[in-house]
Write a protein that binds this ligand. Structure first.
Ligand code: UDP
Ligand code: MG
Length: 336
């Protein structure tokens, strides 16, 4: 092996039993051809299919480490747990469903090293997702550019590279409901992006139904900006001014056209009232989301709990298979 920087891959896995063998088959030659030290950290995010046992069997490869989380904490929390044990200097995240081709990894590493970048983001060429997902993404990317004030094109692609210090700064944040590509922009000075190809999901189905997708986008916006709250404030002021103007107009019309006219306008008033009530509920919803997130932070529960770490080269690996043996990220690191 050369004295080149070590690369750590961090891959969150949730019910991906159909993709894992193919994933490792595609990753291994790519990493071996790079001729530098590497590790592959696969995080089982509380899968309820066969993913964990397949992952455990992959630890025959000395480069593979498997983190089993206690339950499903979400993609970004799973990635953070992977970050907590990385040993590499360049950390690359990617999805387990092969939508991010592993063959692109060397390009990310090359870009990072050539330009001395802290973060290398990616733009999906010919993105293989539904029209709805692509359109929603465009809108979200626009909002994210505004709130992070970083001009990245595509925030949703998880095939990204980070320098070790950026990852270390991210894990000490202990943020719940976070969005890693945006969080990284707070901790990396030199940021760039390259185009990468994008494939259809290899097997299984997306883990993001509409509800989870909306939640994730709200995580992105709410953890980096109080823009929705400000929008509420200004919207509220606008509505109040509009209401006053409307009242004045009604009063003038009442004077000009008489009481009869005013009584007939009652249904219009109802209609307008309903719009305002609707907006109020919308406002409560946004407030509720923020309060929920604050609540989660003040409860101070960990953002993820590692059940076990499996690896072939950890001292007493066979023990890690027994129930109850727990390697904290720190003791795991010490054991290496
Ligand atoms: N994932 C996860 N926990 C979750 C949901 C997803 O670890 O609660 C992983 C999933 O296994 C995959 C990646 O996050 O590796 C992206 O998920 P998916 O492909 O389902 O999302 P999509 O591509 O449809 O946005
Ligand atoms: Mg996917």
């Amino acid at each position: 092996m050369s004295s080149q920087l070590m690369v750590s891959l961090v891959i969150p896995v949730y019910n991906e039993e159909e993709n894992l063998l193919l994933l490792i088959e595609r990753i291994n030659p790519v990493m071996q051809n790079m001729n530098r030290p590497y590790e592959i950290i696969l995080v089982d995010d509380g899968s309820n299919d066969n993913s964990l046992s397949i992952l455990k069997s992959l630890t025959v490869w000395p480069e593979v480490k498997v983190i089993a989380l206690v339950r499903n904490y979400g993609q970004h929390a799973a990635i953070l747990s992977g970050f907590s044990i990385v040993k590499g200097d360049i950390i690359i995240t990617l999805d387990a469903d092969l939508q991010n081709p592993p063959e692109e990894i060397p390009r990310l590493v090359a870009k990072m090293e050539e330009g001395g970048y802290d973060v290398v983001g990616t733009i999906r060429k010919q993105r293989q997702d539904s029209m709805f997902r692509k359109t929603a993404s465009k809108l979200i990317n626009m909002v994210t550019r505004k709130i992070t004030k970083v001009g990245m094109t595509d925030w949703g692609c998880m095939l990204r590279a980070y320098r070790r210090p950026v990852v270390e700064r991210m894990i000490v944040c202990h943020e719940h409901s976070t969005f890693i590509p945006a969080l990284a922009t707070y901790f990396g000075k030199h940021i760039t992006e390259i185009e990468v190809s994008h494939d259809e999901r290899s097997g299984g189905i997306s883990n993001y139904p509409l509800r989870k997708l909306i939640n994730l986008q709200f995580d992105l916006v709410s953890s980096f900006s109080d823009l929705p709250l400000k929008a509420l404030l200004y919207g509220g002021i606008g509505m109040a001014v509009g209401g006053i103007c409307f009242g004045v107009i009604l009063a003038i019309a009442r004077l000009l056209y008489g009481a009869h006219w005013a009584a007939e306008g009652i249904f219009t008033l109802f209609a307008i009232l309903f719009i305002f009530i609707g907006l109020q509920f919308f406002a409560f919803g946004i407030l509720g989301e923020y309060i929920g997130r604050i609540y989660r932070e003040v409860r101070k529960r960990p953002e993820y709990v590692i059940d076990k770490v499996y690896a072939s080269d950890i001292s007493g690996n066979d023990q890690s298979d027994k129930p109850g043996i727990y390697f904290s990220p720190k003791s795991y690191r010490d054991a290496m």
